[in-house]
Design a protein around this ligand. Sequence first.
Ligand code: IFM
Length: 457
Amino acid sequence: MVSYQFPSGFQWGAATAAYQIEGAIAADGRRPSVWDTFSETPGRVLNGDTGAIACDHYHCYDDDVKRMVDLGIRHYRFSIAWPRIIPEGRGAVNEAGIDFYRRLVDCLRDHGITPHATLFHWDSPQALEDAYGSWRDRQMAYDFADYVTAVVQRLGDRITHWMTLNEIACFTHLGYGVNQVPPHAPGTVVSQPKDVWQTSHHALLAHGLGCQAIRAASPQPCSIALVDNFFVPVPISETPEHIAACQKAFSRLHSNGGIIQPALTGQYSPALLEQLGDQAPDIQAGDLAIIHQPIDALGINIYSGMYVRAADTDQGYDVLDFPSGYPRMHMPWLQVIPDALYWSIRHISDTLDRPDLQLFISENGCAAQDQVTDQGEVIDSDRILYLREHLRAAHRAVQEGYPLTGYFVWSLLDNFEWAWGYDRRFGIIYVDYASQTRIPKASYYWYADCISQNRVV
Ligand code: IFM
């Protein structure tokens, strides 16, 4: 029988993001982010929800840290809100905004929890959208680097694990759709695919300049990661021909060849550039070297994947549609493919030929239709099933020698799920938003057992 035991030192954690949990949008000098503006625009977010209060974590962080302690995690991933630190996006630093993160980080460290800070999780300052269209302009990358310098100079004495940007494709390709009302902020519709690719190119530059800024400002050795949610081709069956088909498909799937590939290899996929033709982004001399910074680790956000098989087509593979009855969690895109976690790791190590790069799962989790029982419990056995199978896939990767060092469940708390507002619950702790009561779900207790036994239970 397999015991699913992880090696000692495997990092068990939980993840959140600032706009999704903090609330307190006008506290201590914070100014609006594009998500404040977007969510306040009628019709953009389900039920008109906004992040104005969210989980009120800004005020309840010490209680939330106590729940982390009870859970047994030693690692916590959170994000820092740019509009708290530099409220106008560029210029003056708001020390009161820094102080919040100082308090949070000190509380974590006092309890033996290592802080892992993401510097950008989508909540860009509205002022920069107003000034120059945020990610549409190259200036955004330079302003991001200045913001990073301000944060790392002030918090680098107590934070050593940094992540630059979360999920570039989401805040660029979903945020700047061509001829469609996009579901992510800032809700800008652009006219050409080239404009969309230009936004992700600027975000890649921000990542590279951000890495340089962290290295320059950190007062101590630190670890720098990018966090991405690239598309994961999964072989319909694990035979050499289907595996080879997945490897061929990897660079051509959606934005993979233009985001994770340049970040990790220093080159856009030639096949993608050919396919884009005159819609490819403008790439200035020296950009690729900036983008391809040495990093210490890659954070992989993994929720689902896509099945691929070898085929006698020009490209040599088929991407398969899901049958209508395929198992899915409580989101339209959340088909359950636990093997995608294992294959996400293999694609970085093998397909992109980066076996040297340490990997961690920076997010994995699912929305479920949680209900509070008459006894006041939330029995989310469906989430446990989802998480258990993904952790087994993580264990397989570790067993086979792939450099997977940790796992952060998404999410610690139910939270503001972007365009879905509070309607979709991803937490292992239930949040009653009206009373701000927290109820640890069955998955919380199950995850606590995994952590205490260092294995999948
Ligand atoms: O809630 C999001 C998170 O902000 C980014 N990754 C995916 C999660 C679930 O949709």
